[in-house]
Design a protein around this ligand. Structure first.
Ligand code: FAD
Ligand code: NAI
Length: 471
């Protein structure tokens, strides 16, 4: 079947970038469709990314606390047992309620036609959709937004079977706690999911090619983070290269090599998690036909208005440049639609927060010290430890610190890096500070409730141009 009237806007991909773009388009009065092949809306984030991983992080943290932490707080519990099946079911329930909510609530409230199938271009304004239920349909659109996201980067020569050698998707579905888990890649996925399985009882070793964990976080924070994770039981092999990983029955044997010419070593694991990054998804879109250009890494090239090299075709989210984060994809989705409506739309790439949802959390926004040194920018640093914060003390949760980096001459906030309890909520004050070009003094002179963890934030700001008061 072919529709009679063309859509104003068709979005390919129903992830956080795509479904938000579709909702925004509908809100602005456009006749909108969203094409998604997965069988559920929400993309990587809601189905196999942000949401299920946070469910497992939260619940594994509670389990771990009950086992190792609550006694000192005067809570005696006995008989704490892991019911992994139930923990996985709780995760699945969270996923289902959110993905279902997009389909049955959002796409109805702000009408969006949800087309279930795989889209490919016939021309810049014409799409062919292979429907999930069989058959094919043609869709015509005045504007198309590509929001096809990303997928796990394969490790050459290592075959992911999602049972013993898994990607993040398989690591969110393991039916029993592995005795030994090796994580290839000490980036965000490796540390979050490594933490989950370590808390649930696995012996976790993270093998990282570079000399630091945390994929680009501030160096000082990364080092502190690694130490804290080590205290929690995770083991690290940095500067180490994985040469091969092969399944021998129920065991995986990995050959690893010190990256700068050390001796080769064999590691054994019951489960190996491959987490060396993600790559854009463009396969099957037929981009060659319509002349959409990609860079060497396979990312779709766009200009500052999200235009691809094909007329009327824009692109947002993981499949193009920038950090692969759900909130970045969403911001771009909104801006791209506003751009169509008004000719203006805005994403401030200097103010996109990153959060690692371990315990403690790590969160940052803006520039880190390494970036500023490289750019030759003169800066000052103010730091404040949670060990000197009254709320962290009452909560007996004192690992970490807040670090402000401010411009030397103006005290303008350039970057904030937090490792500590609730860092992922606290970082948004820093994002606002950067968004509004605040100075450290603006923050330090803002009244902050006592006793809160946020006082550490205020004191770190103060420490960047003056002395903190409680440390
Ligand atoms: P996606 O979410 O990947 O959605 C793209 C959708 O397009 C997919 O559903 C796909 O099926 C569909 N599609 C592709 N091709 C076609 C086609 N031809 N036709 C129809 N449909 C198509 N980010 C955070 O910000 N916070 C987190 O806590 C976080 N945790 C994560 C944890 C894990 C384990 C992983 C893997 C990722 C995590 N991310 C997190 C990253 C986040 O999931 C992505 O940045 C985000 O999903 C990108 O959104 P998107 O809309 O660009 O693409
Ligand atoms: P990543 O880019 O965060 O980290 C990959 C790590 O693997 C890097 O440290 C890299 O040096 C290392 N590596 C690469 N090749 C290697 C090799 N051959 N051997 C050993 N180590 C190697 O990628 P990751 O963790 O896969 O996550 C992908 C993306 O998903 C993230 O960049 C992030 O954008 C997103 N994500 C976001 C989360 C959040 O916001 N909390 C959570 C999970 C994922």
């Amino acid at each position: 079947a072919t529709q009679s009237e063309p859509y104003d806007i068709v979005v390919i991909g129903g992830g956080p970038g795509g479904y938000i773009a579709a909702v925004k388009a509908s809100q602005l009065g456009y006749k909108t469709a969203c094409i998604e092949k997965r069988g559920a809306l929400g993309g990587t984030c809601l189905n196999v990314g942000c949401i299920p991983s946070k469910a497992m992080l939260n619940n594994s943290h509670i389990y771990h606390m009950l086992q190792h932490d609550v006694k000192k707080r005067g809570i005696d519990v006995s008989g704490v047992e892991l019911n992994l099946k139930q923990m996985l079911a709780a995760k699945d329930a969270s996923v289902k309620s959110l993905t279902g909510g997009v389909e049955t609530y959002l796409f109805k409230k702000y009408p969006v036609d949800y087309i279930k199938g795989e889209a490919s271009f016939v021309s810049p304004s014409q799409l062919k959709v292979a429907l999930n239920d069989g058959g094919e349909t043609q869709v015509e659109a005045k504007n198309v937004i590509i929001a096809t996201g990303s997928e796990v980067t394969p490790f050459p020569g290592i075959e992911i079977d999602e049972k013993r050698i898994v990607s993040s998707t398989g690591a969110l579905e393991l039916q029993e706690v592995p005795k030994r888990m090796v994580v290839i890649g000490g980036g965000i996925i490796g540390l979050e999911l490594g933490s989950v399985w370590s808390r649930l009882g696995a012996e976790v070793t993270v093998v990282e090619f570079l000399g630091a964990v945390g994929a680009g976080m501030d160096g000082e924070v990364g080092k502190a983070f690694q130490k804290i994770l080590q205290k929690q039981g995770l083991k690290f092999k940095l500067n180490t290269k994985v040469v091969s990983a092969e399944r021998e029955g129920e065991v995986v044997k990995l050959k690893v090599d010190a990256a700068k010419g050390g001796k080769e070593e064999t590691l054994e694991a019951d489960v190996v998690l491959v987490a060396i990054g993600r790559r854009p998804v463009t396969k099957g879109l037929n981009l060659e036909t319509i002349g959409v250009e990609m860079d060497k890494r396979g990312r779709i090239i766009i200009d500052d208005q999200f235009n691809t090299s094909a007329k009327g075709v824009k692109c947002i989210g993981d499949v193009t440049f920038g950090p692969m984060l759900a909130h970045k994809a969403e911001e771009e989705g909104i801006a791209a639609i506003e751009m169509i409506k008004t000719g203006h739309g805005h994403v401030n790439y200097d103010a996109i927060p990153s959060v690692v949802y371990t315990h403690p959390e790590v969160a940052w926004v803006g520039k880190n010290e390494e970036e500023l040194k490289q750019a030759g920018v003169k800066y000052k640093v103010g730091k404040y430890p949670f060990a000197a914060n009254s709320r962290a003390k009452t909560n007996q949760d004192m690992d970490g610190f807040v670090k402000f980096i401010v411009e030397k001459d103006t005290d303008r906030v350039l970057g904030v890096h937090i490792i500590g309890p609730n860092a992922g909520e606290m970082i948004h004050s820093a994002t606002m500070a950067i968004e509004y070009s605040a100075s450290a003094e603006d923050i330090a002179r803002t009244c902050t409730a006592h006793p809160t963890l946020s006082e550490a934030f205020k004191e770190a700001a103060m420490a960047s141009y003056d002395k903190p008061l409680n440390f």
